[in-house]
Ligand binder design. Structure first.
Ligand code: 5RP
Length: 219
């Protein structure tokens, strides 16, 4: 499928998700090219009283430019809904996120949401989760953390030409065999220096909207 067809699928999924946002809701806005379609769709609905938080500077800037109110994520304890893209979606709803390096903030926002909605084009559905798995690593002790990851879990390398996260973290990718995502997620979380990883568990996901051709599949 060519890029313009995939882009149309992203837009379909994003527009379906925008319909789930209601007046007065607190809303988490994800990051990426699929979310870039979500923001105008939300703005066009002219919803009164929504309060939004953004998972990246790029999303924050695009949303504000469209008239969507975005605030810092420091006073809201819970969100009604969060909507975000994904890099891989497995049949059991394990996700890989972080292609844009925003997975730490994205996971915090998803976890805070009553409903976390995933939007994607059809290329993101996979039979099983595979590398690369995005990581955010503390800059402090980076060489030591990379060495530990390499010894315990496989090849890992900082992502070339990628700026630090807004929180100062180094974006890297883990390669090699993923095996059981739950086991890998637990092992990654147990390594000091790993701020967070791009594996999102099924329990976090309320709904998956995938654009496929001219339709939106709900999983
Ligand atoms: C950013 C992400 C994105 O949601 C993910 O990479 C999907 O991006 P896109 O919508 O551009 O395909 O996790 O960190």
């Amino acid at each position: 499928m060519n890029d313009s067809n995939l882009d149309a699928e992203k837009r379909l999924a994003a527009e379906a998700a925008a319909e789930l946002v209601e007046e007065g809701m607190t809303v988490g806005l994800g990051t990426g090219s699929t979310v870039a379609h979500l923001l105008p769709a939300v703005a066009n609905r002219g919803l009164i009283g929504i309060r939004c938080v953004a998972t990246s500077v790029a999303t924050s800037e695009q949303a504000r430019g469209l008239g969507i109110p975005v605030e810092e994520f420091d006073s809201l304890e819970r969100l009604d809904i969060a909507i975000d893209g994904a890099d891989q979606i497995a049949p059991d709803r394990w996700l890989v996120k972080g292609g844009g390096g925003a997975h730490t903030r994205e996971k915090i926002v998803a976890a805070a949401a009553e409903r976390f909605i995933v939007i994607a084009d059809s290329s993101k559905t996979v039979e099983r989760i595979a590398a690369p798995i995005p990581l955010e690593l503390h800059a402090f002790g980076l060489a030591s953390t990379l060495a530990r990851l390499g010894a315990e879990l496989g090849e890992v390398a900082p992502r070339p030409d990628t700026p630090p996260s807004p929180d100062g973290g180094v974006i890297a990718d883990l390669r090699g065999d993923v095996g059981d995502p739950a086991e890998l997620a637990a092992r990654l979380s147990a390594i000091p220096g790993v701020v967070d990883h791009g594996l999102f568990p099924p329990a976090m996901v309320a709904e998956v909207l995938v654009g496929r051709g001219n339709a939106v599949e709900r999983a």
